[in-house]
Design a protein around this ligand. Structure first.
Ligand code: FAD
Length: 277
């Protein structure tokens, strides 16, 4: 039995400025806690001062504009799964949200937490890469924007400095009209960490791939947007040949082997390309 929960300080500010003061003084952000509490219980969380973000209404909400959809970092997966606007305009994200953990997890786990936890297997990540998401990052110094495909830099390394929070995720509106797919391969249908995932979307014109976006989960040290694959497929006549897979660098671990992951990644791509024809 694991029972390692040790003492910790938790402050839950009502406003963003107070939260930013805490975070800039070294307090660790705590959103839904579905990753952090697991670490804490396992005795693997170094930080003992937690800044609870849950009451920050500034970081909630789904806003739809003509050009852009904006998601607050505290948006939980249950909202993404059930939102008609997300289902219509960001269907790959809605599908991923429906497959994250189980219902209890989806009622607590946030989109911002999924990105900042920076797991290579984070299930929201491939859809956000395909949708060319941009992160709005805030600190006491101000606000900056980072294209999500530049956010991850290595295993658990990201473009998020001390004192910063992810505030919002901005996505272009209109990608819902592209032909897309989200596939998660795991041991079970629910409550299972991804072995391989694929999000992909393409715009087809006159039998050719006019535009395409491809992203995989769990085949590299971080969620991977596959620019070389996209370049190989852009303009290709349908049915298209498989692109090169040299951007993927899967590993062997207790969940799967690199060989299996690569094989599944190819199969998923084959199925997606066949669906376009
Ligand atoms: C039973 C179970 C099943 C799960 N299944 C899945 C699954 O199928 N797919 C999947 O992808 N994940 C899964 N997870 C992992 C987890 O639920 C998700 O990664 C979730 O989105 C984390 O969000 P959170 O709000 O709980 O983050 P927290 O645990 O609160 O935080 C996670 C990390 O992000 C940081 N953080 C949080 N919010 C911000 C912010 N706004 N700005 C900056 N940093 C921030 C925290 O400091 C921490 O480092 C599962 C977890 C459990 C316990």
């Amino acid at each position: 039995m694991r029972a390692n929960v040790s003492r910790y300080d938790l402050r839950a500010p009502d406003g963003l400025t107070e939260a930013l003061h805490l975070v800039s003084n070294g307090w660790k952000p705590l959103a839904g806690g579905t990753d952090l509490m697991v670490l804490l219980e396992a005795g693997k969380l170094a930080e003992r001062r937690l800044a609870g973000l849950w009451k920050l209404d500034e970081l909630r909400g789904i806003e739809v504009g003509d050009e852009t959809i904006t998601l607050g970092a505290l948006t939980i997966f249950a909202e993404l799964r059930h939102s008609p606007v997300v289902g219509l305009n960001l269907p790959l994200l809605a599908s991923a949200a429906a497959e994250i953990g189980g219902v209890a997890n989806q009622n607590r786990a946030t989109l911002g937490g999924n990105l900042a936890n920076a797991s290579p297997a984070a299930d929201a990540a491939p859809a956000l890469l395909v949708y060319d998401a941009e992160l709005e990052i805030v600190s006491l110094e101000g606000t900056r924007r980072v294209p999500y495909h530049q956010f991850h830099r290595g295993y658990k390394e990201m473009d998020l400095r001390a004192g910063e929070l992810i505030a919002r995720i901005h996505l272009p509106n209109g990608r819902g009209r592209w032909q897309g797919c989200w596939r998660k391969v795991a041991t079970r249908a629910a409550q299972a960490i991804t072995k391989v995932s694929l999000a992909a979307a393409a715009r087809v014109e006159e039998g050719r791939i006019a535009e395409i976006r491809i992203a995989y989960g769990a085949v590299a040290p971080y969620p991977l947007r596959c620019h070389r694959m996209e370049a190989a497929l852009r303009g290709a006549a349908l049915p298209a040949q498989l692109p090169p897979f040299d951007e993927l660098a899967p590993i062997d671990d207790f969940r799967s082997t690199a060989r299996y992951r690569l094989k599944v990644a190819r199969n998923l791509m084959e199925t997606f390309l066949a669906s376009l024809a």
